[in-house]
Design a protein around this ligand. Structure first.
Ligand SMILES: N[C@@H](CCC(=O)N[C@@H](CS)C(=O)NCC(=O)O)C(=O)O
Length: 207
């Protein structure tokens, strides 16, 4: 049994989607980052960077923070969604997501949505960077159904960030390979279940 400490954000949804896809038993615990739950000493003991998601394996006490590390651990544990022959390609695109198609889009959320109008410079910088990243993903998906060809933890890491395309002022019609990939994944029952963890918010956005 895996305890998942999470909230209704892209980084949290990566892990609930993976747990659903892998069919692993888990219990989700709410860490409401709007209420500073992430600073509680019990949570900091497993997530010293005070960020969700984090997991703990109940039987062994083994715990992990950082969504990319968690996805890799789950994939290795179950032998699913991390093709041996493409291990380093998976690392390459997972690191791309963790370092770019996540942190940069997070900045876009702040300056294009939450604090729109406060900094022309930041809006231009992160708006342009968001479009550049979607362009990179669109090119990668040319001739592929998923980022590695077959569905993998790399898609599970990347898709939840794309599900905020409206916040990022991204028109998915301008990135047709991304749009088709996005909808292909949105139609998966495990993704729909994982999206609603730890609680139901809005329906999955569709272009
Ligand atoms: N690199 C981390 C980032 C996690 C992250 O940024 N989590 C956010 C929510 S999506 C958070 O917990 N923020 C709370 C805070 O910064 O205090 C990961 O991928 O797990």
């Amino acid at each position: 049994m895996i305890d998942l400490y999470t909230w209704t954000t892209p980084n949290g949804r990566k892990v609930s989607i993976a747990l659903e896809e892998m069919g692993l038993p888990y219990e989700a615990h709410v860490i409401d980052i709007g209420k500073d739950d992430q600073f509680a000493p019990d949570f900091l003991a497993i997530s010293p960077n005070n960020k969700i998601p984090a997991i703990r394996e109940r039987e062994t006490g083994f715990h992990l923070m950082e969504s990319g590390a968690i996805l890799l651990w789950l994939a290795e544990k179950t032998g699913q969604f991390l093709p041996d022959a493409q291990r380093w390609e998976a690392m390459e695109w997972l690191m791309w997501q963790m370092a770019g198609f996540g942190p940069m889009l997070g900045q876009a959320h702040h300056f294009l949505k939450f604090k729109a109008g406060t900094s022309d410079y930041a809006e231009e910088r992160y708006g342009t960077e968001a479009k550049r990243l979607y362009g990179v993903l669109d090119k990668r998906l040319e001739g592929r159904d998923f980022i590695l060809g077959e569905y993998s933890i790399v898609d599970m890491a990347t898709w939840p960030w794309a599900s905020r395309f409206e916040w990022q002022q991204i028109d998915l019609e301008a990135y047709p390979n991304v749009r088709d990939w996005y909808l292909r994944i949105a139609d998966r029952p495990a993704v729909q279940k994982g999206y609603d963890v730890p609680k139901v918010t809005t329906p999955i956005p569709r272009p």
